[in-house]
Design a binder for this molecule. Sequence first.
Ligand code: GDP
Ligand code: IMO
Ligand code: MG
Length: 440
Amino acid sequence: MPVSIVIGSQWGDEGKGKITDLMSPDYDVVARYQGGANAGHTIVWEDEDGEDEEFVLHLVPSGIFHENVTCVIGNGVVLDPKAVLDEIDKIQSLGIDVEERLKISHNAHLIMPYHKAVEAAQEEERASASDDDAIGTTGRGIGPAYTDKFARSGIRVVDLLDRDVLRQKLRRSIEEKNAILQDIYDAEALDVDRIVEEYVEFDQQIDSYVTDTSKYLCNALDDGAHVLAEGAQGSLLDVDFGSYPYVTSSHPTAGGCCTGLGVPPTEVEQVLGIAKAYCTRVGNGPFPTELDNEAGEQLRQKGGEFGATTGRPRRCGWLDLVALRYTNMINGFNDLAITKLDILSGMEEVKVCTQYKYDGKKTRRFPSEAQTLERVEPVYQTFPGWEKDVTDVRRFHQLPAEAKDYLAFISEYLGTSVGMVSNGPRRDQIITDVEVPATA
Ligand code: GDP
Ligand code: IMO
Ligand code: MG
Protein backbone atom coordinates (compact mmCIF):
# COMPACT_ATOMS: atom_id res chain seq x y z
CA MET A 1 0.00 0.00 0.00
CA PRO A 2 2.46 2.57 -1.13
CA VAL A 3 0.54 5.85 -1.39
CA SER A 4 1.33 8.51 1.21
CA ILE A 5 -0.62 11.76 1.40
CA VAL A 6 0.67 15.11 2.64
CA ILE A 7 -2.24 17.22 3.88
CA GLY A 8 -2.52 20.73 5.25
CA SER A 9 -4.32 20.44 8.59
CA GLN A 10 -5.20 24.11 9.04
CA TRP A 11 -6.14 26.92 6.61
CA GLY A 12 -3.27 26.35 4.17
CA ASP A 13 0.36 27.52 4.01
CA GLU A 14 1.44 25.04 6.67
CA GLY A 15 4.68 24.23 4.84
CA LYS A 16 3.39 21.41 2.61
CA GLY A 17 5.82 22.37 -0.16
CA LYS A 18 8.84 22.14 2.11
CA ILE A 19 7.81 18.78 3.60
CA THR A 20 6.83 17.29 0.22
CA ASP A 21 10.16 18.35 -1.31
CA LEU A 22 11.98 16.87 1.66
CA MET A 23 10.16 13.53 1.41
CA SER A 24 10.33 13.30 -2.40
CA PRO A 25 13.64 11.41 -2.73
CA ASP A 26 11.96 8.41 -1.03
CA TYR A 27 9.21 8.33 -3.67
CA ASP A 28 9.00 7.56 -7.38
CA VAL A 29 6.07 9.85 -8.09
CA VAL A 30 4.77 13.05 -6.51
CA ALA A 31 1.22 13.98 -7.52
CA ARG A 32 -1.08 16.97 -6.96
CA TYR A 33 -4.72 15.89 -6.59
CA GLN A 34 -6.80 19.08 -6.23
CA GLY A 35 -6.82 22.85 -6.33
CA GLY A 36 -5.04 24.91 -8.91
CA ALA A 37 -2.79 27.92 -9.11
CA ASN A 38 -4.39 29.24 -5.91
CA ALA A 39 -1.69 27.16 -4.16
CA GLY A 40 1.74 28.59 -3.42
CA HIS A 41 4.18 25.97 -2.20
CA THR A 42 7.58 27.37 -1.26
CA ILE A 43 10.80 25.40 -1.52
CA VAL A 44 14.05 26.79 -0.17
CA TRP A 45 17.50 25.31 -0.61
CA GLU A 46 21.07 26.41 -0.15
CA ASP A 47 23.04 26.99 -3.37
CA GLU A 48 26.75 26.26 -3.88
CA ASP A 49 27.69 29.67 -2.41
CA GLY A 50 25.67 28.99 0.72
CA GLU A 51 22.96 31.46 -0.34
CA ASP A 52 19.28 30.57 0.10
CA GLU A 53 17.42 29.99 -3.17
CA GLU A 54 13.62 30.04 -3.16
CA PHE A 55 11.03 28.81 -5.64
CA VAL A 56 7.26 29.05 -5.27
CA LEU A 57 5.33 26.32 -7.08
CA HIS A 58 1.68 26.86 -7.95
CA LEU A 59 0.76 23.85 -10.11
CA VAL A 60 3.81 21.66 -10.62
CA PRO A 61 4.18 19.18 -7.72
CA SER A 62 6.89 19.83 -5.13
CA GLY A 63 8.92 16.80 -6.20
CA ILE A 64 10.18 18.48 -9.38
CA PHE A 65 13.55 19.46 -7.93
CA HIS A 66 14.56 15.79 -7.49
CA GLU A 67 15.59 14.28 -10.82
CA ASN A 68 14.46 10.72 -10.13
CA VAL A 69 10.93 11.76 -9.30
CA THR A 70 8.09 11.85 -11.85
CA CYS A 71 5.50 14.55 -11.19
CA VAL A 72 1.80 14.21 -11.92
CA ILE A 73 -0.93 16.83 -12.12
CA GLY A 74 -4.02 14.73 -11.52
CA ASN A 75 -7.55 14.89 -12.88
CA GLY A 76 -8.79 16.63 -9.70
CA VAL A 77 -6.69 19.73 -10.36
CA VAL A 78 -8.11 22.70 -12.26
CA LEU A 79 -5.37 23.66 -14.65
CA ASP A 80 -4.59 27.13 -15.94
CA PRO A 81 -2.69 26.23 -19.14
CA LYS A 82 -0.95 29.57 -19.32
CA ALA A 83 0.12 29.39 -15.68
CA VAL A 84 1.47 25.86 -15.98
CA LEU A 85 3.43 26.65 -19.15
CA ASP A 86 4.96 29.73 -17.52
CA GLU A 87 5.87 27.69 -14.45
CA ILE A 88 7.47 24.98 -16.59
CA ASP A 89 9.56 27.65 -18.36
CA LYS A 90 10.77 29.08 -15.08
CA ILE A 91 11.75 25.68 -13.72
CA GLN A 92 13.52 24.76 -16.96
CA SER A 93 15.47 28.02 -16.78
CA LEU A 94 17.06 26.63 -13.61
CA GLY A 95 18.44 23.79 -15.73
CA ILE A 96 15.88 21.27 -14.49
CA ASP A 97 14.33 18.87 -16.96
CA VAL A 98 10.55 19.06 -16.78
CA GLU A 99 9.62 17.72 -20.22
CA GLU A 100 10.46 14.10 -19.41
CA ARG A 101 9.22 14.20 -15.82
CA LEU A 102 5.84 15.92 -15.76
CA LYS A 103 2.56 14.27 -16.65
CA ILE A 104 -0.74 16.13 -16.85
CA SER A 105 -4.09 14.35 -16.67
CA HIS A 106 -6.13 14.45 -19.86
CA ASN A 107 -9.21 14.71 -17.61
CA ALA A 108 -8.18 17.77 -15.61
CA HIS A 109 -10.47 20.74 -16.16
CA LEU A 110 -9.13 23.98 -17.54
CA ILE A 111 -9.23 27.42 -16.04
CA MET A 112 -10.18 29.98 -18.65
CA PRO A 113 -10.04 33.80 -18.60
CA TYR A 114 -13.80 33.92 -18.09
CA HIS A 115 -13.49 31.98 -14.83
CA LYS A 116 -11.29 34.72 -13.42
CA ALA A 117 -13.58 37.45 -14.79
CA VAL A 118 -16.70 35.85 -13.29
CA GLU A 119 -14.91 35.33 -9.96
CA ALA A 120 -13.81 38.98 -9.84
CA ALA A 121 -17.37 40.11 -10.57
CA GLN A 122 -18.81 37.77 -7.93
CA GLU A 123 -16.34 38.88 -5.29
CA GLU A 124 -17.03 42.53 -6.06
CA GLU A 125 -20.76 41.92 -5.76
CA ARG A 126 -20.35 40.11 -2.43
CA ALA A 127 -18.05 42.82 -1.08
CA SER A 128 -20.55 45.55 -1.92
CA ALA A 129 -23.40 43.77 -0.12
CA SER A 130 -24.45 45.35 3.18
CA ASP A 131 -22.92 42.46 5.15
CA ASP A 132 -19.73 42.31 2.98
CA ASP A 133 -19.42 38.55 2.61
CA ALA A 134 -16.65 38.42 0.00
CA ILE A 135 -14.65 35.20 0.35
CA GLY A 136 -11.30 36.83 -0.26
CA THR A 137 -10.33 34.35 -2.97
CA THR A 138 -6.96 34.25 -4.70
CA GLY A 139 -8.58 35.41 -7.96
CA ARG A 140 -7.27 32.40 -9.88
CA GLY A 141 -10.68 31.31 -11.22
CA ILE A 142 -10.88 28.25 -8.98
CA GLY A 143 -14.54 28.43 -7.87
CA PRO A 144 -16.02 29.14 -11.32
CA ALA A 145 -13.87 26.39 -12.93
CA TYR A 146 -15.08 23.77 -10.45
CA THR A 147 -18.63 25.12 -10.92
CA ASP A 148 -18.40 24.38 -14.66
CA LYS A 149 -16.89 20.96 -13.96
CA PHE A 150 -19.81 19.92 -11.80
CA ALA A 151 -22.34 21.61 -14.09
CA ARG A 152 -20.86 19.33 -16.79
CA SER A 153 -20.03 22.27 -19.01
CA GLY A 154 -16.29 22.44 -18.34
CA ILE A 155 -13.49 22.19 -20.88
CA ARG A 156 -10.79 19.64 -20.16
CA VAL A 157 -7.11 19.29 -20.99
CA VAL A 158 -7.94 16.66 -23.62
CA ASP A 159 -10.08 19.26 -25.45
CA LEU A 160 -6.97 21.41 -25.95
CA LEU A 161 -5.60 18.72 -28.25
CA ASP A 162 -8.41 18.99 -30.82
CA ARG A 163 -8.58 22.49 -32.29
CA ASP A 164 -12.04 22.08 -33.84
CA VAL A 165 -13.63 20.75 -30.67
CA LEU A 166 -11.87 23.42 -28.60
CA ARG A 167 -13.00 26.24 -30.89
CA GLN A 168 -16.59 25.07 -30.69
CA LYS A 169 -16.70 24.49 -26.91
CA LEU A 170 -14.78 27.63 -26.07
CA ARG A 171 -16.89 29.88 -28.26
CA ARG A 172 -20.08 28.59 -26.62
CA SER A 173 -18.66 28.96 -23.11
CA ILE A 174 -17.34 32.48 -23.64
CA GLU A 175 -20.61 33.63 -25.15
CA GLU A 176 -22.52 32.20 -22.19
CA LYS A 177 -20.14 33.77 -19.67
CA ASN A 178 -20.25 37.11 -21.49
CA ALA A 179 -24.02 37.12 -21.08
CA ILE A 180 -23.58 36.52 -17.34
CA LEU A 181 -20.86 39.15 -17.02
CA GLN A 182 -22.84 41.81 -18.87
CA ASP A 183 -26.42 41.07 -17.82
CA ILE A 184 -25.91 40.06 -14.20
CA TYR A 185 -22.75 41.81 -13.11
CA ASP A 186 -22.72 44.78 -15.45
CA ALA A 187 -19.12 43.87 -16.25
CA GLU A 188 -17.19 44.03 -19.51
CA ALA A 189 -17.53 41.22 -22.03
CA LEU A 190 -14.45 39.23 -23.07
CA ASP A 191 -13.13 39.13 -26.63
CA VAL A 192 -14.26 35.74 -27.97
CA ASP A 193 -11.95 35.55 -31.01
CA ARG A 194 -8.85 36.64 -29.12
CA ILE A 195 -9.32 33.97 -26.43
CA VAL A 196 -10.13 31.23 -28.93
CA GLU A 197 -7.02 32.02 -31.00
CA GLU A 198 -4.81 32.18 -27.90
CA TYR A 199 -6.02 28.87 -26.51
CA VAL A 200 -5.92 26.80 -29.72
CA GLU A 201 -2.18 27.53 -29.79
CA PHE A 202 -1.67 25.68 -26.49
CA ASP A 203 -2.13 22.27 -28.12
CA GLN A 204 1.44 21.88 -29.32
CA GLN A 205 2.98 23.23 -26.13
CA ILE A 206 1.04 20.98 -23.80
CA ASP A 207 0.63 17.83 -25.92
CA SER A 208 3.74 16.00 -24.74
CA TYR A 209 2.71 16.25 -21.08
CA VAL A 210 -0.84 14.97 -21.46
CA THR A 211 -1.74 11.41 -20.59
CA ASP A 212 -4.16 9.19 -18.69
CA THR A 213 -2.51 9.79 -15.31
CA SER A 214 -4.85 7.48 -13.38
CA LYS A 215 -3.75 4.59 -15.60
CA TYR A 216 -0.12 5.68 -15.27
CA LEU A 217 -0.36 5.79 -11.46
CA CYS A 218 -2.21 2.48 -11.12
CA ASN A 219 0.31 0.75 -13.39
CA ALA A 220 3.18 2.29 -11.44
CA LEU A 221 1.65 1.11 -8.16
CA ASP A 222 1.27 -2.40 -9.61
CA ASP A 223 4.96 -2.28 -10.45
CA GLY A 224 5.80 -1.40 -6.84
CA ALA A 225 6.21 2.36 -7.17
CA HIS A 226 5.79 4.66 -4.17
CA VAL A 227 3.55 7.66 -4.71
CA LEU A 228 3.45 10.81 -2.61
CA ALA A 229 0.18 12.71 -3.01
CA GLU A 230 0.55 16.42 -2.30
CA GLY A 231 -2.51 18.22 -1.03
CA ALA A 232 -2.95 21.91 -1.70
CA GLN A 233 -4.77 24.39 0.56
CA GLY A 234 -5.76 22.99 3.97
CA SER A 235 -8.44 20.80 5.53
CA LEU A 236 -10.27 23.80 7.02
CA LEU A 237 -10.68 25.12 3.46
CA ASP A 238 -12.30 21.87 2.26
CA VAL A 239 -15.58 22.61 0.48
CA ASP A 240 -17.47 20.08 2.66
CA PHE A 241 -15.53 20.06 5.91
CA GLY A 242 -14.10 23.57 6.07
CA SER A 243 -15.55 26.81 7.38
CA TYR A 244 -18.15 27.02 4.60
CA PRO A 245 -18.73 29.27 2.69
CA TYR A 246 -15.25 30.68 3.42
CA VAL A 247 -13.52 27.74 1.78
CA THR A 248 -11.97 26.76 -1.52
CA SER A 249 -13.95 24.70 -4.05
CA SER A 250 -12.15 21.36 -3.80
CA HIS A 251 -11.32 18.58 -1.35
CA PRO A 252 -7.86 19.03 0.20
CA THR A 253 -8.79 16.33 2.76
CA ALA A 254 -7.66 12.71 2.41
CA GLY A 255 -10.70 11.56 0.45
CA GLY A 256 -9.83 14.02 -2.32
CA CYS A 257 -6.64 12.12 -3.05
CA CYS A 258 -8.37 9.04 -4.48
CA THR A 259 -10.90 10.87 -6.62
CA GLY A 260 -8.35 13.49 -7.64
CA LEU A 261 -5.80 10.96 -8.85
CA GLY A 262 -7.86 7.90 -9.73
CA VAL A 263 -6.07 5.59 -7.30
CA PRO A 264 -7.85 3.09 -5.02
CA PRO A 265 -8.16 3.95 -1.30
CA THR A 266 -6.76 0.52 -0.48
CA GLU A 267 -3.39 1.76 -1.77
CA VAL A 268 -3.13 4.52 0.86
CA GLU A 269 -0.69 3.68 3.61
CA GLN A 270 0.22 6.93 5.29
CA VAL A 271 -1.64 10.18 5.88
CA LEU A 272 0.68 12.89 7.11
CA GLY A 273 -0.81 16.05 8.57
CA ILE A 274 1.19 19.27 8.32
CA ALA A 275 0.51 21.85 11.05
CA LYS A 276 2.19 25.11 11.82
CA ALA A 277 3.20 25.55 15.46
CA TYR A 278 0.72 28.44 15.43
CA CYS A 279 -2.04 29.25 12.98
CA THR A 280 -2.59 31.48 9.95
CA ARG A 281 -5.37 32.20 7.53
CA VAL A 282 -5.45 34.29 4.38
CA GLY A 283 -8.76 35.53 3.02
CA ASN A 284 -11.98 36.07 4.94
CA GLY A 285 -13.93 33.86 7.31
CA PRO A 286 -13.94 32.89 10.97
CA PHE A 287 -10.64 32.34 12.78
CA PRO A 288 -11.27 31.81 16.51
CA THR A 289 -7.66 32.13 17.70
CA GLU A 290 -6.77 35.16 15.56
CA LEU A 291 -4.53 37.69 17.33
CA ASP A 292 -5.34 41.23 16.45
CA ASN A 293 -2.51 42.58 18.60
CA GLU A 294 1.26 42.81 18.98
CA ALA A 295 1.73 39.05 19.37
CA GLY A 296 -0.09 38.52 16.06
CA GLU A 297 2.09 41.14 14.38
CA GLN A 298 5.20 39.48 15.84
CA LEU A 299 4.17 36.13 14.31
CA ARG A 300 3.45 37.77 10.95
CA GLN A 301 6.74 39.65 10.75
CA LYS A 302 9.00 36.94 12.14
CA GLY A 303 7.18 34.17 10.26
CA GLY A 304 7.15 36.13 6.98
CA GLU A 305 3.42 35.52 6.90
CA PHE A 306 2.58 37.06 3.55
CA GLY A 307 0.79 35.00 0.87
CA ALA A 308 3.06 33.04 -1.49
CA THR A 309 0.49 33.47 -4.28
CA THR A 310 -1.10 36.88 -3.70
CA GLY A 311 1.33 38.59 -1.29
CA ARG A 312 -1.55 39.40 1.06
CA PRO A 313 -0.66 39.61 4.78
CA ARG A 314 -1.76 36.40 6.47
CA ARG A 315 -3.91 36.64 9.57
CA CYS A 316 -2.03 35.08 12.50
CA GLY A 317 -3.08 33.46 15.76
CA TRP A 318 -2.35 30.77 18.33
CA LEU A 319 -2.48 27.08 17.57
CA ASP A 320 -6.07 25.82 17.61
CA LEU A 321 -6.18 22.24 18.88
CA VAL A 322 -9.98 22.03 18.65
CA ALA A 323 -9.68 22.62 14.91
CA LEU A 324 -6.67 20.31 14.62
CA ARG A 325 -8.47 17.53 16.47
CA TYR A 326 -11.30 17.86 13.94
CA THR A 327 -9.04 17.69 10.88
CA ASN A 328 -7.14 14.83 12.53
CA MET A 329 -10.43 12.94 12.81
CA ILE A 330 -11.49 13.55 9.20
CA ASN A 331 -8.13 12.72 7.66
CA GLY A 332 -7.02 9.98 10.03
CA PHE A 333 -3.49 11.35 10.30
CA ASN A 334 -1.10 8.64 11.35
CA ASP A 335 1.67 11.16 11.84
CA LEU A 336 2.14 14.89 12.10
CA ALA A 337 4.84 17.31 10.95
CA ILE A 338 4.92 20.50 13.01
CA THR A 339 6.46 23.40 11.09
CA LYS A 340 7.78 26.87 11.94
CA LEU A 341 8.61 26.01 15.55
CA ASP A 342 11.49 28.50 15.24
CA ILE A 343 9.04 31.38 14.89
CA LEU A 344 7.81 30.89 18.46
CA SER A 345 11.30 31.50 19.94
CA GLY A 346 11.34 34.76 21.85
CA MET A 347 7.62 34.79 22.69
CA GLU A 348 7.13 35.41 26.40
CA GLU A 349 4.38 32.84 26.53
CA VAL A 350 2.77 30.53 24.02
CA LYS A 351 -0.94 29.78 24.08
CA VAL A 352 -2.89 26.86 22.71
CA CYS A 353 -6.64 26.70 22.28
CA THR A 354 -7.92 23.51 23.90
CA GLN A 355 -11.66 24.21 23.99
CA TYR A 356 -14.27 26.54 22.57
CA LYS A 357 -16.81 28.35 24.69
CA TYR A 358 -20.11 28.52 22.92
CA ASP A 359 -23.50 29.58 24.39
CA GLY A 360 -21.95 29.54 27.87
CA LYS A 361 -20.72 25.96 27.55
CA LYS A 362 -17.23 24.60 26.93
CA THR A 363 -16.79 22.14 24.10
CA ARG A 364 -14.12 20.38 22.06
CA ARG A 365 -16.46 20.12 19.07
CA PHE A 366 -15.45 22.11 15.98
CA PRO A 367 -18.49 23.63 14.26
CA SER A 368 -17.55 23.97 10.60
CA GLU A 369 -20.46 26.22 9.65
CA ALA A 370 -19.13 29.77 9.57
CA GLN A 371 -22.01 31.39 11.45
CA THR A 372 -21.36 29.22 14.54
CA LEU A 373 -17.59 29.33 14.28
CA GLU A 374 -17.78 33.15 14.26
CA ARG A 375 -19.32 33.02 17.71
CA VAL A 376 -17.04 30.61 19.57
CA GLU A 377 -14.59 31.93 22.14
CA PRO A 378 -11.26 30.14 22.45
CA VAL A 379 -10.25 28.71 25.84
CA TYR A 380 -6.46 28.73 26.15
CA GLN A 381 -3.83 26.77 27.98
CA THR A 382 -0.72 28.91 28.44
CA PHE A 383 2.83 27.60 28.18
CA PRO A 384 6.05 29.40 29.10
CA GLY A 385 7.93 30.58 26.02
CA TRP A 386 11.60 30.03 25.22
CA GLU A 387 14.30 32.45 24.20
CA LYS A 388 16.68 30.13 22.37
CA ASP A 389 16.91 30.42 18.59
CA VAL A 390 16.26 26.83 17.47
CA THR A 391 17.04 27.20 13.76
CA ASP A 392 20.37 25.33 14.11
CA VAL A 393 18.98 22.48 16.20
CA ARG A 394 19.10 19.11 14.41
CA ARG A 395 18.41 16.71 17.29
CA PHE A 396 15.27 16.68 19.36
CA HIS A 397 17.10 16.61 22.71
CA GLN A 398 18.78 19.95 21.85
CA LEU A 399 15.44 21.78 21.86
CA PRO A 400 14.58 23.87 24.95
CA ALA A 401 12.52 21.91 27.52
CA GLU A 402 9.62 24.36 27.03
CA ALA A 403 9.51 23.62 23.28
CA LYS A 404 9.60 19.87 23.90
CA ASP A 405 6.75 20.17 26.42
CA TYR A 406 4.77 22.18 23.89
CA LEU A 407 5.19 19.50 21.21
CA ALA A 408 4.41 16.70 23.68
CA PHE A 409 1.19 18.47 24.68
CA ILE A 410 0.06 18.72 21.04
CA SER A 411 0.77 15.06 20.44
CA GLU A 412 -0.97 13.95 23.64
CA TYR A 413 -4.03 16.10 23.04
CA LEU A 414 -4.50 14.68 19.55
CA GLY A 415 -3.39 11.14 20.28
CA THR A 416 -1.19 11.31 17.19
CA SER A 417 2.58 11.06 16.96
CA VAL A 418 4.80 13.88 15.73
CA GLY A 419 7.34 12.48 13.30
CA MET A 420 8.95 15.71 12.10
CA VAL A 421 9.57 19.17 13.48
CA SER A 422 10.59 21.86 11.02
CA ASN A 423 12.68 24.72 12.38
CA GLY A 424 13.50 26.84 9.35
CA PRO A 425 12.58 27.10 5.66
CA ARG A 426 15.58 25.15 4.32
CA ARG A 427 15.66 21.41 3.66
CA ASP A 428 18.27 20.78 6.33
CA GLN A 429 16.21 22.55 8.99
CA ILE A 430 14.30 19.50 10.12
CA ILE A 431 14.28 17.33 13.25
CA THR A 432 13.25 13.74 12.69
CA ASP A 433 14.26 12.00 15.95
CA VAL A 434 11.21 13.42 17.71
CA GLU A 435 10.41 11.74 21.00
CA VAL A 436 6.82 12.64 21.67
CA PRO A 437 4.80 9.51 20.94
CA ALA A 438 1.05 9.81 21.19
CA THR A 439 -0.13 8.64 24.58
CA ALA A 440 -3.73 9.86 24.67
P1 GDP B 1 2.49 25.63 1.73
O1 GDP B 1 1.50 26.36 0.90
O2 GDP B 1 1.85 24.75 2.75
O3 GDP B 1 3.51 24.90 0.91
O4 GDP B 1 3.29 26.76 2.55
P2 GDP B 1 3.82 28.16 1.96
O5 GDP B 1 5.00 27.91 1.12
O6 GDP B 1 2.71 28.94 1.39
O7 GDP B 1 4.20 28.91 3.30
C1 GDP B 1 5.12 28.39 4.19
C2 GDP B 1 6.24 29.44 4.37
O8 GDP B 1 7.02 29.11 5.51
C3 GDP B 1 7.22 29.44 3.22
O9 GDP B 1 7.75 30.73 3.09
C4 GDP B 1 8.29 28.45 3.66
O10 GDP B 1 9.56 28.70 3.06
C5 GDP B 1 8.33 28.74 5.13
N1 GDP B 1 8.66 27.61 6.02
C6 GDP B 1 8.33 26.30 5.91
N2 GDP B 1 8.71 25.63 7.01
C7 GDP B 1 9.31 26.53 7.82
C8 GDP B 1 9.90 26.47 9.12
O11 GDP B 1 9.93 25.43 9.77
N3 GDP B 1 10.39 27.63 9.64
C9 GDP B 1 10.35 28.81 8.97
N4 GDP B 1 10.87 29.89 9.56
N5 GDP B 1 9.82 28.91 7.74
C10 GDP B 1 9.28 27.79 7.19
P1 IMO C 1 -1.66 26.53 -0.30
O1 IMO C 1 -1.72 25.28 -1.11
C1 IMO C 1 -3.91 29.55 1.93
C2 IMO C 1 -7.89 30.55 0.40
C3 IMO C 1 -8.13 31.95 -0.15
C4 IMO C 1 -9.58 32.14 0.22
C5 IMO C 1 -10.18 30.76 -0.02
C6 IMO C 1 -10.84 30.58 -1.36
O2 IMO C 1 -0.55 27.44 -0.62
O3 IMO C 1 -1.78 26.22 1.17
P2 IMO C 1 -9.84 30.26 -3.81
O4 IMO C 1 -8.95 31.13 -4.63
O5 IMO C 1 -9.27 28.91 -3.54
O6 IMO C 1 -11.24 30.18 -4.33
O7 IMO C 1 -9.96 31.03 -2.40
O8 IMO C 1 -9.10 29.85 0.11
N1 IMO C 1 -6.77 29.79 -0.22
C7 IMO C 1 -5.61 29.56 0.40
N2 IMO C 1 -5.15 29.97 1.60
N3 IMO C 1 -3.16 28.73 1.16
C8 IMO C 1 -3.64 28.27 -0.01
O9 IMO C 1 -2.99 27.34 -0.75
C9 IMO C 1 -4.88 28.73 -0.47
N4 IMO C 1 -5.61 28.51 -1.58
C10 IMO C 1 -6.77 29.15 -1.40
O10 IMO C 1 -7.29 32.89 0.46
O11 IMO C 1 -9.69 32.43 1.58
MG1 MG D 1 1.01 28.32 0.37
